[in-house]
Design a protein around this ligand. Sequence first.
Ligand SMILES: C[S@@+](CC[C@H](N)C(=O)[O-])C[C@H]1O[C@@H](n2cnc3c(N)ncnc32)[C@H](O)[C@@H]1O
Length: 220
Amino acid sequence: MSSTLSPRSALDAEAVKAAYRRWARVYDTVFGGVSGYGRKRAVAAVNGLPGERVLEVGVGTGLALPSYARHKRITGIDLSKDMLERAHQRVLKERLTNVDDLLEMDAEATSFEDNSFDIAVAMFVASVVPHPDRLLAELKRVVRPGGYILFVNHFLATGGVRLAIERAMASASHSLGWHPDFAIEALLPPEDLNRATRIPVPPLGLFTLVTLPHIKDSVG
Ligand SMILES: C[S@@+](CC[C@H](N)C(=O)[O-])C[C@H]1O[C@@H](n2cnc3c(N)ncnc32)[C@H](O)[C@@H]1O
């Protein structure tokens, strides 16, 4: 991964766990609202795609879980025990019987067999994981050919005031727990960028929903 594409301040796994240990208690209140549109659009897209086996990567407090169609079978993974604990509570409280598993696992190196899922979705996660290229490679391994990989995320602006603000915010990555200066090219190589559909999501197109059809030869 070229250093010009990588965010300026990388978060390692321990930094992610520490950040989300702090955020877990207030996450839904602070982030739930602004990220709600993106989450709803991503889950609606998942619900409209063929296949039942869904992997939600970086499931966090489980804010998206109640919105999946009941015929979708969901496995959620996250690095943060504290975030997962909240997701567990939500599943119990809302009786989400289509959530099969919530597992403490690194999305860059999971223990799933090849082709275990029809769909993988990562909402507001790609700019948090230490190595987005490894995340993509792992999702291509565990999603069957013909399946889909979806991301909803904030990506670095390409110009204007927003670019300057996002660059300035980058030094706060460790306390924020995500990278304001995360470019889409740090996640998707050109061949995937060309095939993916990209839809801007409110508020103000700040987020983007990316749907990548997983073709047979797009491994790694
Ligand atoms: C911004 S939160 C998003 C949570 C949830 N997807 C949502 O929409 O609210 C990012 C989540 O990704 C998780 N995460 C970061 N790196 C991860 C990794 N390598 N493997 C699994 N989860 C990871 C964090 O622990 C955190 O719960």
